[in-house]
Design a protein around this ligand. Structure first.
Ligand SMILES: *[C@@H]1O[C@H](CO)[C@@H](O)[C@H](O)[C@H]1NC(C)=O
Ligand SMILES: *[C@@H]1O[C@H](CO)[C@@H](O)[C@H](O)[C@H]1NC(C)=O
Ligand SMILES: *[C@@H]1O[C@H](CO)[C@@H](O)[C@H](O)[C@H]1NC(C)=O
Ligand SMILES: *[C@@H]1O[C@H](CO)[C@@H](O)[C@H](O)[C@H]1NC(C)=O
Ligand SMILES: *[C@@H]1O[C@H](CO)[C@@H](O)[C@H](O)[C@H]1NC(C)=O
Ligand SMILES: *[C@@H]1O[C@H](CO)[C@@H](O)[C@H](O)[C@H]1NC(C)=O
Length: 195
């Protein structure tokens, strides 16, 4: 075996890679810390998040999708899981996230301002939860957002004008909230908006 190693550069290389992978798996990434923060901030009565433990790669966790290099989380699909609790600010550390789908749970509280760090986000689905507070002005900084669904929550206040910054927005649904006043005039600037 040792002989083979020394005489086969390819095998040497594979062994090095193998060790390198071990090093990587031991390193607790910010993505993992963010996901664990989420797990600890919600009640999970049906144990949907049972696979969310540090004994396996986050890319194998239920509802988690990673990029092709298995390095960063690009999608969280946690709809209809009966999760109850608040969204922790650490979610904002998932900076490669393209899709955050939390629809049909019992999540409540205000949206953490740290979501502003998700600057690749294309889909944000918070429909059918109990989120409250105002729709934050900073939502206008999520420039890549294409689908923004807030249906059936308890958001109040007015729709912020900054929503007109979301030039890629295609669908927007805020029915079934406590929103007051009129849809801002600026929404007319959203040329991609279909629904
Ligand atoms: C990874 O962690 C395990 C358990 O803590 C340890 O035994 C092992 O030496 C570590 N591997 C590397 C490559 O650091
Ligand atoms: C997982 O985390 C727990 C608690 O933080 C720790 O006690 C345990 O050693 C960790 N296991 C692995 C395989 O890293
Ligand atoms: C992770 O999130 C925490 C809380 O929002 C923040 O203090 C920290 O700077 C973040 N780390 C990175 C690397 O973004
Ligand atoms: C968000 O979730 C609702 C409820 O299931 C669904 O009707 C809607 O199509 C979803 N939107 C997106 C963009 O995934
Ligand atoms: C977003 O829109 C608001 C109001 O229309 C504007 O004042 C603000 O400068 C814009 N924000 C960014 C980050 O471009
Ligand atoms: C959604 O909100 C509407 C209006 O408030 C309400 O009539 C409906 O029952 C809600 N649907 C669900 C599934 O909660």
């Amino acid at each position: 075996m040792a002989n083979l190693c020394f005489h086969s550069p390819f095998l040497m290389f594979s062994l090095l890679c193998f060790q390198f992978t071990l090093c990587l798996t031991n390193f607790t990434t910010n993505d993992e810390l963010a996901l664990l923060a989420f797990k600890f901030s919600v009640k999970d009565p049906y144990n949907h998040l049972a696979s969310w433990s540090n004994s396996s790669s986050i890319c194998n966790w239920v509802g988690v999708m990673c990029d092709s290099h298995h390095e960063r989380v690009i999608a969280l699909n946690l709809g209809e899981m009966g999760l109850k609790g608040i969204l922790p600010s650490k979610i904002g550390n998932l900076s490669f996230l393209l899709e955050l789908d939390l629809h049909s749970n019992n999540l409540y509280g205000e949206l953490p301002k740290e979501l502003i760090q998700l600057h690749k986000l294309q889909i944000l689905n918070l429909s059918y939860n109990e989120f409250n507070g105002e729709i934050p002005i900073w939502i206008g900084s999520l420039f890549t957002l294409q689908h923004f669904h807030l249906r059936n929550n308890s958001f109040g206040g007015v729709i912020p004008k900054s929503i007109s910054n979301l030039s890629k927005l295609e669908t927007l649904n805020w029915n079934g909230n406590l929103i007051e006043g009129f849809t801002p005039f600026e929404i007319g600037k959203l040329s991609s908006l279909k629904i």
